[in-house]
Ligand binder design. Sequence first.
Ligand code: 5RP
Length: 299
Amino acid sequence: MADMEGNKDAKQFAQDVAFANTGDFHVRGASNLDWGMKDRLSRIFKPETGKTVMLAFDHGYFMGPTSGLERLDLLIPRLAKHADCLMATRGAIRTSVPANYNKSIALRISSGSSILQNDLSHESMVVDIEDAIRMNASAIAIQTFIGAEGQKETIEALNKAVNLGSRYSIPTLGVVAVGKEMERTNRFFLLATRMLAEFGAQIVKTYYCDDFEKVVAACPVPLVVAGGKKVPEKDALTLAYNSIQCGAAGVDMGRNIFQSEYPEGMLQAVNKVVHDGFTDKEAYAFYLDLANANLQVNK
Ligand code: 5RP
């Protein structure tokens, strides 16, 4: 391990220079991967834009039925067609998502904590790789708590997922979790996203932060940005817009979609930002039009 004494801070991110090793493939860092990996990544990241809109509804695995997710069987049929990828647990998908949607799945395979505890950082890989294969998962999603109490076990779990995913050409989506005591700084996200990519995750999910373009530049795999707690629709679209402007390969939003006044409209507006080059203002105007039209219909 390198001597930490006198270590110089990273500065030269060349964030204006595009990722170099693209080959002929549209997903960052994936040009050397096997055909099966590329096929699965292409189900998540649209080849036309290289980006993705993921819908996260995996909250129940540690929170129970949170607001908006009381009835997955009623919600998901309204939203699925506007998402490129569904991120959820096997229990949610098997029970509540019709199997004929033909959507890519990012299967949540880690767990170990619940909101009844103070420290949520102790998670391990709890789903067999064979079950991910049975579910035709396009990715396996596993959470890592860098800098928190559960760091070692979650790093081991992530590496186990990468080992098993590589055996069957299933990409691993490494999720950067922020421990209770951690600050959401650029320094933290630079560290955590790069660590997950170096462990072999083919996709990393993270939060947005200042100087996000440096986080993108330093991470050799695509970054998808989490939505986080519910904010006004306008602000959530600005988060999506800023993320894409800084080089994110998409978003993976939950509460800002399903807790929106009009979830279908919000997900379509996010699509406009991610895939169609809309600004946040344009996307918000688009959202308002859809929400008003919906109000008229349901008057
Ligand atoms: C956290 C996750 C969740 O899927 C994600 O954070 C939930 O989405 P949101 O924060 O947008 O509600 O990966 O481990």
